[in-house]
Design a protein around this ligand. Structure first.
Ligand code: GLV
Ligand code: MN
Ligand code: MN
Ligand code: MN
Length: 414
């Protein structure tokens, strides 16, 4: 890479503010769920900024958005940097946006300096990383790594009842100036900057995490069906109450999974009771389960335990059971070349760092299946994320962007 590019911290912080106003919530966070009008507005703003700088803009059939700065060798596969622009319903302003906008800042910094690279560099904003509206998460990068649309995608419906295919068409059509790309193509490598979303860097007073891998994730959707009946008249023996089954199974799971294994994570984030009436025994209860672990064998064991407990609890209360797996992401270890590149960059910038495994999943996990990849973390206040109060100190955001620029440089030189 020739020419000495420098991150413009002020410009990056202003961009973070501008994007945080798209889907802003009253509590200071964002609600920019995947493929909603707000997500489309954020994508349109990024595409407009890119075109103003003369970069190429492309989208693939899953609406992954690519912004290309040409290299000397027009035929070389691009080096990708980026993250996502979609958010949780009560999300923070940095989760995804920081990595995407810092990547765009890298491109602008190279352009400002007139720096030439051999390979083209592309910023990517992956579609639907969060997975909270349309499961599974990291959908865009997963499809990219497979080179095809996800299994059964035409049937996927959002939590609001909207079909994924309709939301995708509306999103693709909203950016007519973007050129079409096939899903999946060779890339030289991938780097993603992200907030840690946990407390360890802040606790150890470290600016940077060099991410060596990502733990595995499983999502289950469970429906226990009994019989809706009158709350005042129905004796216990005649009840087929799915809430009894759900609470028995969950009690046992909460009492054992995380207390017995400090590396395990077990979360019930969604619980829907039908018909949801104060004086009716529920006819059905739906819940989502999110399981995380760095070890695939432990994920298998925990999933089996969940299945056994619900399979025992449902008939014991006269109920039936339906369990679906909607997400199965194996743990990943990143490329040692990319990890070393990020560590070298942090060292060169004299930023204190440590190597760590990510507790959250990220698009880098899927990209690492088709290209050398790694991630850079920056610390966030109180380790809080997936929360409107999520906060990153401005100097940490800028430090993260500097490491991204420097490690892109190091990786391209390798
Ligand atoms: C991604 O947002 C995750 O849940 O790890
Ligand atoms: Mn994220
Ligand atoms: Mn997130
Ligand atoms: Mn995430």
């Amino acid at each position: 890479m020739s020419g000495r590019a420098r991150i413009n911290g002020e410009r990056l912080l202003k961009r973070l503010d501008d994007f945080a106003s798209i889907g802003a919530t009253a509590a200071g966070g964002v609600n920019r769920q995947a493929l909603t009008p707000c997500d489309r507005d954020a994508r349109a703003l990024l595409a407009r900024l890119a075109m103003e700088r003369g970069f190429g803009v492309f989208q693939d059939p899953l609406a992954n958005l690519f912004i290309r700065r040409e290299g000397r060798d027009g035929h070389a596969p691009p080096f990708l940097i980026g993250s996502h622009l979609d958010s949780q319903p009560t999300g923070g302003r940095f989760d995804g946006a920081l990595g995407t906008l810092a990547a765009f800042e890298v491109l602008e910094a190279l352009e400002d300096a007139g720096a030439e690279t051999d390979a083209p560099i592309e910023v990517v904003a992956w579609t639907n990383e969060e997975g909270c509206r349309f499961a599974p998460g990291a959908m865009g990068s997963m499809a990219f790594s497979l080179g095809r649309m996800p299994d059964g995608w035409q049937e996927i419906k959002g939590t609001d009842g909207v079909l994924l295919s309709d939301a995708l068409n509306a999103t693709l059509e909203a950016l007519p100036a973007a050129r079409s790309r096939p899903l999946g193509f060779p890339v030289l490598g991938y780097l993603e900057l992200h907030i840690e979303q946990g407390p360890s860097l802040e606790k150890e007073n470290l600016a940077i995490g060099v991410v060596t891998g990502i733990q595995g994730t499983r999502w289950l959707e469970i429906t226990v069906t009994g019989q809706a009946a009158h709350a005042g008249t129905t004796e216990f023996a005649f009840r087929r109450d799915p809430m009894v089954a759900v609470s028995r199974a969950l009690n046992a799971l909460y009492d054992t999974i995380m207390p017995d294994d400090p590396n395990a994570r077990f979360t019930v984030g969604r619980l829907m009771v039908h018909p949801g009436s104060v004086n009716s025994i529920p006819g059905s209860v739906f819940l989502s389960i999110d399981i995380r672990h760095p070890d695939s064998a432990r994920l298998d064991e925990i999933e089996a335990r969940v299945r056994t407990l619900f399979t025992d609890a449902a008939p014991s209360t006269g109920c039936t059971l339906d369990i679906r797996k909607t997400f199965d992401m194996s743990p990943a270890t990143f490329s040692s070349i990319c990890i070393d590149g990020v560590a070298t960059a942090a060292q060169q910038l004299r930023l204190p760092f440590k190597q760590m495994v990510s507790g959250a999943f990220h698009d880098a996990l899927y990209v690492s299946r088709v290209a050398p990849a790694a991630m850079i973390f920056v610390s966030c206040r109180d380790g809080l994320s997936h929360n409107e109060a999520e906060h990153v100190e401005p100097e940490h955001a800028v430090a993260g962007a500097r490491v991204l620029l420097e490690s892109t440089r190091v990786n391209l030189a390798n």
